[in-house]
Design a protein around this ligand. Structure first.
Ligand code: FAD
Length: 337
């Protein structure tokens, strides 16, 4: 088996988060000699966290410049680690940070890169990558002869590595990465306003029906918003939207102020991985449902017994008024029933 480099960035406290541990498990499953390359403001805690993984070497690029995500410094760090390790296969978690720089790094190294990989395993004596094509409709297994071969592994596809901590002997790699970009701060919504939660057990999808006239002939947008937000908060679910609903929000018809195009699920949206999904007021048309590829158990609430979900796309379809159902579910969750 060929030599492998695992690339990972550390958190602000120097430790490794779940995506890095998943990529480590995938690298170990491949079976070649492993070098770990860590990048961050602090990396020793991360190296110690996985000291028992059996890696032959631990390399680190450390310094304030590598604490923040920035193209110039991240690409320089990754390139230096790849050159220092000289590995044929480079595995990294498909975080936004690595996804942004590693295609460019593979070009600098004269190698190749595959993004959105879901698995990496030996096949006929060769490492082979599994990934989906055509908006998750077809799964392919592919090998490449070019080296280094950089593989970005999607989150949630492998069980994270879990083993003994210890003290790792870290070899520091010096990187001179001048940059004109300085990070002056980070602006992000408060964590209880975050609606996209990739690790949530449940994906809650809201469709355009929430904005349509209901049986009393009127629209109930404020109630729709409070029911949806109330449920999200109580269940810590992740929020998805149909294209029709996110387009309405984008046009300033603020049905759900927290809903943006980032929430869109489907052919032209995201394909998240969650154990369960609940679709509400969404018709379940194919361009939407293709985004549910990796949702294991699917349930839908729709007034229309003939909606798309009824045609083999959901495990359970509740033919019911989603306003009524969610009112009741929220009362149950809050213990007021
Ligand atoms: C090239 C292409 C790409 C596309 N990509 C995407 C994509 O990525 N994602 C996506 O979502 N769509 C996509 N679409 C659009 C998709 O085909 C549908 O138009 C869209 O998903 C419909 O959204 P919806 O189901 O929310 O709205 P609607 O079709 O308007 O359905 C609303 C549903 O709400 C139900 N409803 C209303 N009130 C209630 C109530 N009180 N209780 C329960 N149910 C109720 C109605 O019965 C109805 O079924 C794409 C289309 C094309 C052509």
């Amino acid at each position: 088996m060929e030599t492998i480099l695992l690339l990972a960035t550390t958190e602000s406290d120097g430790t490794l988060a779940k995506p890095a541990l998943e990529a480590l498990a995938a690298a170990l499953a491949l079976g070649g000699e492993l070098t770990v390359g860590l990048v961050g403001g602090l990396v020793q805690p991360g190296a110690d966290q996985i000291a028992g993984c059996g890696a032959a070497r631990f390399l680190g690029v450390v310094g304030d410049a590598f604490l923040q995500s920035r193209y110039a410094t991240d690409a320089a760090a990754a390139e230096a680690l790849c050159r220092a390790a000289g590995a044929a296969i480079v595995i990294a978690p498909a975080t936004s940070r690595w996804s942004r720089v590693l295609p460019g790094v593979s070009y600098r190294l004269g190698g190749r890169v595959d993004t959105h990989s879901t698995n990496l395993a030996m096949q006929d004596g060769m490492p082979a990558v599994t990934r989906w094509f055509y908006r998750q409709r077809m799964e392919a297994v592919l090998t490449r002869s070019q080296r280094p071969w950089i593989v970005l592994l999607d989150g949630g596809c492998t069980e994270p590595w879990n083993g003994a901590v210890g003290t790792a002997l870290l070899e520091l790699v010096e990187v001179d990465a001048p940059t004109r970009t300085s990070v002056t701060g980070v602006q992000s919504p408060k964590s209880d306003e975050q609606t996209i939660r990739p690790d949530a057990k449940l994906l809650f999808v809201a469709g355009a029906g929430w904005t349509k006239k209901q049986s009393d002939g009127t629209v109930h947008a404020p109630e729709a918003e409070s029911l949806i937000l109330g449920f999200l908060q109580a269940a810590q679910a992740s929020l998805g939207g149909s294209k029709s609903l996110v387009d309405l929000s984008g046009e300033g018809e603020a049905v759900l102020r927290c809903m943006t195009h980032l929430n869109q699920i489907g052919q032209t949206g995201a394909t998240p991985r969650h154990p369960k999904g609940l679709s509400t007021c969404c018709h379940g048309e194919e361009p939407h449902v293709v985004g549910w590829r990796f949702v294991n158990q699917r349930r839908a609430i729709n007034l229309d017994a003939n909606c798309g979900w009824a045609r083999g796309k959901a495990d359970v379809l509740y033919v019911a008024d989603a306003f009524e159902v969610m009112r009741h579910v929220n009362r149950l969750l809050l213990g007021t029933v």
